[in-house]
Design a protein around this ligand. Structure first.
Ligand code: GLP
Length: 243
């Protein structure tokens, strides 16, 4: 198995260990392309990246970034949009240039054309050097939900009720959670040179066990990572408790 699993004592340690990888990458390739993610899991890492930027240890001035996904129907300034999440938790706190940050457009009228343009942009940036992932309770990555096959490229998805309910905590009620999203495909993620996944909390123990021991199958989208040559999963003891 290629997938490396590192069990850290807590989220802060995960943030530091993962930030070391970013620090090394950005020092060796200042204009690298970072694939970024939203959700609670990346927050300790983002806090550590902000700290290291403040300390002058990481310079984001030439870094480019592409985000995994965005809700359909939410404007960039909507409080629950992933663009806004990225601005508030990372971009506004580091010296990355706004024009070097890309998040799928949740309002594009021609969604399919926007998805193709998003893929083309990743290609023209030179591909993703380091992709960050969380994992949904059903094993989704980005918003690639369990399915009959692995979707290859950026596309529009209908969110499962499980995913909508898991994300309800960010909205005032379930009705407000969008039914659709735009997400990079599994192929887009797998084309990244290196992948980091962060999995924390007892609520993720079952899915981490399934990921660790499960076969590669589209009903568990994250299982595809077993086929990637350079994946590191950082988890805390609670998430690892059933492994
Ligand atoms: C959402 C995001 C995923 C994220 C997942 C888990 O569905 N689209 O990218 O990995 O939530 O989020 P959390 O880290 O908050 O558990």
């Amino acid at each position: 198995m290629n997938m490396k699993i590192i069990v850290a004592k807590d989220e802060k340690e995960i943030g530091c260990l993962a930030a070391d990888i970013y620090e090394q990458l950005i020092a060796s390739k200042p204009d690298c392309v970072l694939g970024l993610a939203t959700g609670s899991s990346p927050l300790p890492l983002y806090a550590e990246l902000v700290k290291r930027c403040d300390e002058g240890r990481i310079d984001f001035s030439a870094v480019r970034s592409v985000n995994l996904d965005e809700y359909r129907g939410l404007a960039p300034e909507h409080p629950q949009s992933y663009r806004r999440f990225m601005q508030e938790n990372l971009f506004d706190k580091i010296n990355i240039k706004r024009e070097n940050t890309f998040v799928p457009d949740g309002l594009a009228e021609d969604a399919d054309a926007a998805c193709r343009a998003y893929e083309d942009n990743i290609t023209s940036l030179g591909g993703i050097d380091l992709q960050l992932l969380g994992i949904g309770h059903d094993g989704h990555i980005g918003f690639n939900e369990p399915d009959d096959d692995f979707p290859l490229t950026t596309h529009v998805v209908t969110l499962t009720e499980m995913t909508r309910e898991a994300n309800e905590r960010f909205f005032s009620c379930l009705d407000e959670v969008p039914h659709e999203a735009v997400t990079m495909g599994i192929g887009t993620v797998m084309a990244a040179k290196k992948i980091i996944m962060i999995v924390t909390g007892a609520g993720k123990a079952d899915i981490l066990r399934q990921l660790k021991y499960g076969e590669v199958r589209p009903e568990l989208p994250a299982s595809v990572l077993h086929l990637h040559p350079d994946v590191t999963v950082f988890c805390d003891e609670a998430a690892y408790s059933k492994c």
